[in-house]
Design a protein around this ligand. Structure first.
Ligand code: UD1
Ligand code: MG
Length: 482
């Protein structure tokens, strides 16, 4: 394997991507939780290259910042003007500033479905066949727009790549195309790039001309045919972006199902590349699993749920829920119709029920917040029950404050906990209370107005109304019984 280790991988990403019709550079558009260039860089990293250089041009400040933030250790080379793919590779080699011993792999920044496995296959073929250059080719149903692989009629050896715009009628009929991915001998590449001319229909330095140059100089030129042409799909517009998303999603879900996850309706489930599963997890329709989300064994998620960076514990049930940066404990239950905002931690066997919103809240083992509540900036102990329609009043208009509720508490319905406030272990609170003072352990807190009944008010103030008649009938009924 180390013999195949590339001296460098060069990612071409200087083009504008005009057809995206976007203010964002093409390679920064995302599918499955990763930018297009991020997918390519991730695949390239599987080759463990000594250098990884991304050629940037259009929107280079944005692309550079993105690479620095997410792909530290990636170098960039600037191509001021897009004078062609050959010129772009020249800029990369200049940036490296040294002659490279060993293979140099070139990939395009807009082919997000290309796998590390396919790249490894390419470098293995390149080394095994002793080639000066090996192109990753593919048979496609429609080769319009691509460079065609021209082979010797007798030996079948690759002789050249001809760009669509420069191809003859006969060459245009060829279905084997250049994916834009190559393995080169580093030294020979640098020499050959110096000989590339610009006398073609686009007036550009074509990287593809290197093949003909090397072959004429007597070097071995080969091709490695991709098993699935869809893997080299290049993104030029938003239709292709959606197609690539769908293909990648299918690939991710097939891998999950193969590993023992049940996906009831794969066509309605979206996953990011960074999502992980354990076996016997069940994903219901209409579910989006994003970022670093993890679904543990026997957990069930969905339908109609969106989880981002959320861990779902073993055997937990999450139904019709939106959650972000949250941890859901083993055997816990969430939803239907819950909103877990960042920093929610629900303990094992806990419950966040219907129409409940939580944020920065630690809810202990076996504790339940079953109905219609807001729990923000709170710590709740174990096996407590929060009454329906409670609000953790955390904001005084300027600052957020914390509420602490102990273990084995029973708080009444329609409580306001005005933070900062603490309710001790084993305490109760009465329904309708506004809790502004700490409640000692084991106490009952009652914080509401006393009820008073003004008898006969309806007969005096609403005479003849339906209410007055009903009251009258009730009074007579009571008399009749006597
Ligand atoms: C290129 C290939 C073609 C191949 C196709 C596969 C050449 C001459 N043609 O054509 O054989 O079938 O890709 O998709 O190589 N780029 C730069 N600087 C430049 C020009 C391009 O960085 O000066 C980058 C682009 O950002 C892109 C990649 O190189 O990521 C390919 O460029 P593009 O213009 O899309 O090439 P195609 O015409 O599609
Ligand atoms: Mg082009």
């Amino acid at each position: 394997m180390s013999a195949n280790r590339p001296a460098a991988v060069v990612v071409l990403a200087a083009g504008e991507g005009t057809r995206m019709k976007s203010k964002t550079p093409k390679v920064l558009h995302e599918i499955a939780g990763r930018s297009l260039v991020g997918h390519v860089v991730s695949a390239a990293r599987e080759l463990d290259p000594e250098h990884l250089v991304v050629v940037v041009g259009h929107g280079r400040e944005q692309v550079r910042a993105h690479l620095e933030e997410h792909y530290a250790g990636t170098r960039t080379a600037v191509q001021e003007q897009q004078n062609g793919t050959g010129h772009a590779v020249r800029m990369a080699l200049e940036e490296l500033g040294q002659s490279l011993e060993g293979p140099v792999v070139v990939v395009c920044g807009d082919t997000p479905l290309l796998s590390g496995e396919t790249l490894r296959g390419l470098t293995a073929t390149h080394a095994a066949d002793g080639n000066a250059v090996t192109v990753l080719s593919a048979e496609v149903p429609d080769s319009t727009g691509y460079g065609r692989i021209v082979r010797d009629g007798v030996s079948g050896a690759v002789t050249a790549i001809v760009e669509h715009k420069d191809a003859s009628e006969a060459q245009r009929a060829i279905k084997e195309i250049n994916s834009g991915v190559f393995a080169f001998d580093g030294g020979l590449l640098a020499d050959a790039l110096g000989k590339v001319r610009t006398d073609n229909s686009q007036g550009e330095e074509y990287l593809t001309d290197v093949l003909g140059i090397l072959r004429e100089a007597g070097h071995r030129v080969g091709a490695s045919v991709a098993a699935d042409h869809r893997e080299i799909l290049g993104i030029n517009n938003r239709v292709q972006l959606a197609q690539a998303r769908a293909l990648l999603n299918e690939r991710l879900l097939v891998a999950a199902m193969t590993a023992g996850v049940t996906v009831l309706d794969p066509s309605s489930v979206l996953v990011d590349v960074t999502v992980t599963f354990e076996r016997d997890a069940v994903i219901h329709p209409g579910t989006q699993l994003l970022g670093a989300t993890h679904v543990a064994e026997d957990a069930e998620v969905g339908p109609n749920t969106r989880l981002r960076d959320t861990v779902v514990g073993r055997g937990a049930r999450v139904d019709n829920t939106v959650a972000d940066s949250s941890v859901i404990g083993e055997g816990a239950s969430v939803g239907p119709f819950a909103y877990l905002r960042p920093g929610t931690r629900l303990g094992a066997k806990g419950k966040i029920g219907t129409y409940v919103e939580t944020k920065n809240a630690s809810i202990g083992e076996g504790t339940k917040v079953p109905h219609l509540s807001y729990v923000g900036d709170a710590t709740i102990g174990e096996y407590s029950n929060i009454g329906a329609a409670s609000v953790f009043v955390n904001y005084d208009g300027q600052k957020k404050h914390h509420t602490t509720i102990g273990s084995h508490c029973r708080t009444g319905s329609d409580n306001m906990f005005v933070a900062p406030v603490t309710v001790g272990d084993g305490a109760y609170t009465a329904a309708g209370s506004v809790i502004t003072k700490d409640v000692p352990p084991g106490s009952l807190a009652v914080a509401r107005g006393q009820q008073r009944n003004i008898e006969g008010w309806v007969a005096r103030k609403r005479p003849g109304s339906a209410a007055a008649q009903a009251a009258q009938a009730a009074a007579e009924g009571v008399d009749g019984e006597n």
